[in-house]
Each structure stands twice: as structure tokens, then as C-alpha cells.
Design a protein around this ligand. Structure first.
Ligand code: ZN
Length: 118
């Protein structure tokens, strides 16, 4: 029984399972399990970082704050992308129209000069 719960705390590679993180954070682990998890957290950077992530996102305010920050950043990025997308073709069309008008004027000037050579 005890070995079964212990093996559920660690993945084959030796790091903590999600169950271990949850148990550690909500205090449902036995004293021995708690010690084993603590020992692993001291020696493993990945799991200690993961624990920080778990702690952070267990807190609803943090989660809400993170989500708001993310959605604000996404909206800003999307707006910037949209602005670039709309202004770029508009500029091309304006340049083309001006270019077309210049060619048209040049054409009529040349035609006028050819018809009425002085
Ligand atoms: Zn680990």
C-alpha cells in the first residue's frame, strides 16, 4: 500500500507526478511522502519551478491576472497586425493611382505634341 502511493509520487524518470504536487500543496501526503517530495524539490530545479507554477495558478487572483495580461497582449498584437494589414494595401493602391494619373498625363502631353508639332 505504502509503496503504491510512493510510486504514484514519482514518474519513472524520478520527477514528481501531478498527484505529488497536488498532495504536497494540499497537505494530503504522509509525513514520509512529504519528506521525499521535499528532498526531491531541493535537488530538482524543474520540479521546484513546476511547484512555483502550481502554487501561482492555484491562486485564482493570480490566474485571473495572468489571463487578463495575456488577453491584453494578444489583443494589442492582433490590433497591430490588423493595422499593418489594412494600411499596407491602401498605400499601394494610392501609389498606383498616382502613378496611373502621371502616366495618363504624360500620354496626353505626348499625344498633343505629336498631333500639333510646332
Ligand atoms: Zn524533478
Amino acid at each position: 500500500m505504502k509503496t503504491a502511493t510512493h510510486s504514484a509520487l514519482f514518474i519513472p524518470g524520478g520527477c514528481l507526478t501531478a498527484q505529488a504536487f497536488r498532495g504536497y500543496l494540499n497537505g494530503s501526503l504522509s509525513a514520509t511522502e512529504q519528506i521525499r517530495v521535499k528532498e526531491h524539490l531541493r535537488s530538482c530545479r524543474i520540479c521546484s519551478d513546476a511547484l512555483e507554477g502550481y502554487k501561482r495558478h492555484r491562486n485564482q487572483d493570480f490566474l485571473q491576472g495572468d489571463l487578463e495580461m495575456l488577453s491584453t497582449r494578444i489583443r494589442k498584437r492582433y490590433a497591430a497586425h490588423l493595422n499593418r494589414k489594412t494600411t499596407f494595401p491602401v498605400m499601394i493602391v494610392i501609389v498606383l493611382i498616382i502613378f496611373f494619373i502621371i502616366i495618363l498625363i504624360a500620354y496626353y502631353i505626348i499625344r498633343f505634341l505629336l498631333i500639333n508639332p510646332s
